[in-house]
Design a protein around this ligand. Sequence first.
Ligand code: ZN
Length: 475
Amino acid sequence: MKAPQRRHIENDVSPERERLEPDEVRSIRADCAQALEQGARRLVECSPPRVGSGAVRFARNGPTLYLGLLGQAFGFLHLHERSGKSEQLELAEAYLEGTARAIERASFPPPEQWLSFHATSSWSAIAAVVQHLMGDPVASERHLANYRKLAMAAANPDYPSEDLLWGRGGFLFGAAFLRARLGADSIGAELITPALDAMIATGRRLASKHAHELTPGPNGKTPLLYMNYNASLMDHFAGAIIGSRVAFTQWIARLGAKAVAAHESWSLDLSHRYDLSLVHGLPGNLYLMMQYPDWLNTHPDSKRDIVASLDCLTDYLDAEHGMLELLPSPRSDASQKRRRSGRFTERVHWCGGTPGMVFVFSRAFTIFGHARYLEAAQRAADHVWKHGLVCKGNGICHGIAGNGYAFLALYRATNDERARDRALHFAKQSLSERVVRQQRPPDRPWSLYEGAMGTLCFYADCLDPMNARFPGFEV
Ligand SMILES: [Zn+2]
């Protein structure tokens, strides 16, 4: 029988060495700074802003934020925000130009038609910030106006996806990102409130239909529930919404073989796809709604349901096994088998699994102040500490850097230096020969979410942990 593939590398830091001495902190930061400088140079050489004429180059880079050129634009903007270096801002602009050409070449629908921040809709949001920083308020406002156009689709109760990667959540992240940099008036409450209300309405509708199917924990049935919509379902509904189905189909097809396969096997049978992953399910949407405290305070019913859903989520966070994800899997045979086999301990990724819960409950503790959320965040962080040196590489989506960011989120929420030290340990381990030797190379080694761009952002944030932000998720 084939041996199961190893998912994580042992964390060999003993409890006595967990807290770092000041000179160790300085030494790790010096290593991060060096890796950052060398890595950024190499990244521009290997993933240049200009899209080559060959199809191979195009397919490799693509225009998306998650894996492609737009991610490099976002990453260099992130690095510029940390360092203030003008060449990094210029690189962000160059990658934006490269992305614009890639989008044109691909005959994609205009970016403003899509809520997915992690595909191309974020182009105008990033461009608005870059032009603002470059001192061109007219260009900034023009891009901002394009991003505001998304609000209509985001308010549509029938928009087919709520999540951060594909749907309404992407718009809400982009709006929060812009408001944090360009002021609250840049995307006014009148544009955001309908999207938040629609997200709540969908969550209640799905919970009223399906929450009874879940194995209830001590906190009972969740009042909100979300579904993992696949790309092909998006194709069906989004095409109907904007009247451009053919264009969207082409767009999906160009995203890669995986999306094409999903398109060809399109099915409306999405039962049992209720989702507790960060990027597609309930936790991520709760996190995004908690980005808007003013809305929470003026919508007590929504706030009540968000708090109750957070409480239910704690029922699925197991100290030994980490986060249980796909629902109603707790009762299914496959799920029971996985639990018995201990595979739950292996799902330790930002995108899906325990690290995401550190972000959600750290945020919940900051917003609501309940000790039970702090306890949940710490429980999740302890799990990440034990199992978070994953073999999938040093990226942020499902790699060591993303897991390190979880500790930084807890550090900002609590000021607990142990969390900061754990992040620095993960940075150090990600650079160590022992760990690198045991990792598998990511499919997109230079990308923001799987590859070096995200890792460089993590190293930059380790230099200034109190201002760290997970790129494309924390604002
Ligand atoms: Zn991932």
